[in-house]
Design a binder for this molecule. Structure first.
Ligand SMILES: Nc1ncnc2c1ncn2[C@@H]1O[C@H](COP(=O)(O)OP(=O)(O)OP(=O)(O)O)[C@@H](O)[C@H]1O
Ligand SMILES: [Mg+2]
Length: 255
């Protein structure tokens, strides 16, 4: 479904992705893990058109999508969430989710505001359906500013789902969530794949969330692929353990 080959991205002398390649098959839930600063978000930014790779190419269902702008990537059926919530605080929840459905409206329609009443109703129905799917119906008229963080994360997820993607990229969906919300998030990710038929690539630090739900894990370290395999293989991979244990030791020493 998605094949990224030999991506190379650098920022002012810092190599963020170094010949990084990854493929995802339709129907998979794949986890992308790695220490802070290893290039996970940069990879998402590159796939979704926010960052242009200097080398390498991205092919999605046979189409070359390297260097195309974010709204075009969404039109291809790839949606994402952001590590730092990117909601519009002064729009209502419903309006925020409708931003997602608008990705499916042509530029001409959007520019001239000639979306028919039926189309508008259809989009609203879809947005409300997504809020219901995520268990946050009733919040549609509220504004995200001031809402609990866990709910805001779900609103952002609803907006990504409203794009009606076939591939969903989730950047740390459980960051900042409590234990109960994290358990709920893993259930939701499973349902997104099983019930909505959407392929998922998820970046997450919380291993208790990703390990039980993913089919495959890819480990990034300093912009390079360190390991790839089934969750149980990755959990016992010595090179992976060294990178992660080394990090937690370092954090323990700082505390
Ligand atoms: N726009 C940018 N300009 C300059 N440097 C950047 C930019 N975006 C990312 N970087 C750098 O690239 C490296 C990879 O960052 P990235 O955000 O992809 O890491 P990450 O794996 O998502 O980390 P985290 O787990 O902390 O979210 C880091 O050293 C980061 O500082
Ligand atoms: Mg990141």
């Amino acid at each position: 479904m998605l094949s990224a080959q030999n991506l190379y991205v650098h920022f002012d002398g810092l190599v963020a992705l170094n010949d990084f390649s990854l493929t995802i098959e339709k129907g998979e839930v794949v986890a992308l893990i790695g220490p802070n600063g290893s290039g996970k978000t940069t990879f998402f930014n590159t796939i979704s058109g926010f960052v242009s790779p200097e080398r390498g190419q991205i092919v999605y269902n046979g189409a070359k999508i390297t260097n195309i702008p974010p709204h075009k990537v969404a039109e291809f059926g790839i949606a994402r969430t952001f590590q730092n919530l990117e909601l519009f605080p002064y729009l209502t929840v419903l309006e925020n989710v409708l931003v997602g459905t608008h990705c499916r409206v042509s530029m001409r329609q959007a520019l001239w505001n000639i979306v028919s009443r039926e189309e508008r109703q259809r989009q609203e129905f879809l947005a409300l359906e997504m809020l219901d799917f995520l268990g946050i119906s009733g919040f549609e008229k509220s504004r995200p500013a001031g809402m609990p963080y866990g709910i805001q994360k779900l609103v952002e997820l609803a907006r990504a789902l409203a794009v009606q993607p076939r591939l969903l990229l989730l950047d740390e969906p459980a960051a900042g969530m409590n234990e109960q919300e994290t358990i709920e998030m893993s259930r939701i990710i499973r349902e997104i794949r099983n019930n909505l038929g959407i392929t998922v690539l998820v970046v997450e630090h919380d291993m208790s969330l990703v390990m039980p739900i993913c089919d495959r894990v890819i480990v990034l370290n300093s912009g390079e692929k360190l390991a790839e395999g089934k969750p149980e293989e990755i959990k016992t991979n010595p090179a992976v353990l060294e990178v992660f244990l080394g990090k937690s030791y370092a954090e323990g020493n700082r505390a």
